[in-house]
Design a protein around this ligand. Structure first.
Ligand code: NAP
Length: 481
């Protein structure tokens, strides 16, 4: 049976054309779908369609826009099982993880649908008599959304839903390694009955069509999640034309484990944050910084727990860790494992590609733990984005904080402790945008601002009320009566 074709969506129409393969990273024989390879001209037409649709969409009352977002959520809910399975097949994460992510996308659409009935502006008393003054929100305009493969539904959803509720029209460019989950959101918008041109979708390689999106005349803002390399380039391009921009990028997230922590839950939280989703979460832990008195016992317990993780095809029950998303990502992980070997010696567990039997047709790497890692080593400094954990020893809390903050990144961080004073010192002193205590460093909710510090992020935060700030502008009004 030939694989289904997923067309691009421009001005309310499905646009066919030459395609590229979307393959299952757990079984590369399986082509999950063929996605139409967009061209720079497609991007321009999509941006023009978004511009043409803008006045109508922006002037529709916001609760009515919200009603359409509720419909999208209902459609996704109805197809929950199918969309979740698609995600496992295209990205490799386990089915329970995929279901969790699709549930999150549905909740995001409902949350922002509800914002349609709020979208509060600002009301303030005037210093002048008989003057009424207030500020109302208005959309920014045509917005470009560029998304990564690791949360192929939730990240597109947490950009698309707030952009739409604020009255913007959009052009989305999904990641080429996992475009189907984002495509499912667009399909749901189509079925929900969005006016043509409000939502546009152009798949295709970033290097081929990214520049056309940044140069498209109608574009007023761009929201990007992905690597620092592409984010920095986008920032330069966007600055040339003063586009509003939001960048969420890489991380090197620490989990600090103090001697007073609940030992078993600290081990569980560290292993969960380092290896679930194959370590391919931007908020994954890649450095565990452990206080000296419990260091040896902690390394032993983490290694023992890691060896028990079941790696395989995420569609199978009981599998905890799926494959890397593609061969390139797997090779990057193997390259960093070699770098770790040279600097820190043999890993305490893992360290190999898995090739035989059930792993023969996928991009599987053993969950890998290095111990005795120090700050100067490559695996302690550079983002790996795979199932590799570096364990580092700290003399005390202060030393642990110093190691944790010695990174150019600042996305998320976790502390494992039962000491309340240490907890607050950490909350105020750690250089990260997302801070957890006695939880994994990964695992965020949509109701609060999301984003990092330092080189991990640039511009306003995403999600929660912060998203409304990015996707809307103010118009300030003074009335003499
Ligand atoms: P990436 O290579 O930067 O790609 C991200 C997106 O940018 C993809 O859609 C990609 O398209 C597109 N792109 C590539 N070149 C482009 C260009 N010249 N112009 C416009 N768009 C272009 O990142 P990734 O490998 O997909 O994702 C992994 C990275 O994302 C990691 O660094 C991770 O930490 C980060 N991330 C951060 C967060 C966060 O919230 N901070 C969340 C998730 C992931 P193609 O796929 O076609 O190349």
């Amino acid at each position: 049976m030939s694989a289904p074709v997923f067309a691009n969506y421009i001005d309310g129409a499905w646009i066919e054309g030459p395609t590229f393969d979307n393959r299952n990273p757990a079984n590369t024989d399986e082509v999950v779908g063929l996605h139409v390879k967009g061209t720079p001209e497609d991007v321009e037409r999509a941006a023009d369609a978004a511009q043409a649709a803008l006045p109508g969409w922006a002037s529709m009352n916001a609760p009515a826009r919200g009603a359409l977002l509720y419909k999208v959520a209902d459609i996704l809910d109805r197809r929950f099982d199918e969309i979740s399975a698609d995600m496992t097949r295209e990205e490799g994460k386990t089915l329970p993880e995929a279901k969790g992510e699709v549930r999150r996308s549905i909740n995001i659409f409902r949350y922002f649908a509800g914002e349609g009935s709020r979208l509060a502006g600002v009301l303030a008393p005037s210093e002048r008599d008989r003057v009424h003054m207030f500020a109302v929100r208005k959309p920014v305009g045509v917005v470009g959304l560029i998304t990564p493969w690791n949360f192929p539904s939730a990240i597109p959803a947490w950009k698309l839903a707030p952009a739409l509720i604020c009255g913007n029209t959009v052009v989305m460019k999904p990641a080429s390694a996992a475009p189907l989950s984002a495509w499912r959101l667009i399909e749901a918008c189509h079925e929900a009955g969005f006016p043509k041109g409000v939502v546009n979708f152009v798949a295709g390689s970033g290097s081929a069509i990214g520049s056309a999106l940044l140069k498209a005349k109608p574009l007023k803002a761009v929201s990007f999640t992905g690597s620092c390399q592409i984010g920095n380039w986008l920032h330069e391009e966007a600055s040339k034309r003063r586009l509003r921009i939001q960048l969420e990028m890489g991380g090197k997230n620490p989990t600090i484990v103090l001697a007073d922590a609940d030992f078993n839950s600290a081990v569980e939280n560290t292993v969960n944050a380092a290896f679930f989703s194959t370590g391919q979460k931007c908020t994954a832990t890649s450095r565990a910084i452990v206080e000296e008195p419990i260091y040896d016992r902690f390394v032993e317990a983490v290694v023992e727990r890691t060896k028990r993780l079941k790696v395989g095809n995420g569609m199978e029950a009981g599998i905890e860790i799926g494959p890397c998303v593609d061969e390139g990502q797997m090779n990057t992980v193997l390259h960093y494992i070699e770098a770790g070997r040279k600097e820190a010696g043999e890993p305490r567990c893992g360290g190999q590609r898995l090739t035989g039997g059930a792993h023969a047709k996928g991009w599987f790497v053993e969950p890998t733990v290095f111990a005795g890692v120090t700050q100067d080593m490559v695996i302690a400094r550079e983002e790996i984005f795979g199932p590799v954990l570096a364990i580092m020893k700290a003399g005390d809390f202060k030393h642990a904080m110093q190691i944790a903050n010695a990174s150019e990144f600042g996305l998320s961080a976790s502390l494992q402790t039962t000491n309340v004073s240490r907890m607050y010192e950490y909350i105020y002193g750690i250089e990260a945008g997302l801070v957890t205590v006695n939880l994994p460093s990964a695992g965020v909710e949509y109701q609060l601002p999301f984003g990092g510090a330092k080189d991990s992020s640039f511009g306003p935060k995403e999600q929660g009320p912060a998203a409304i700030e990015f996707y809307s502008d103010y118009k300030t009004v003074y009335v003499k009566y």
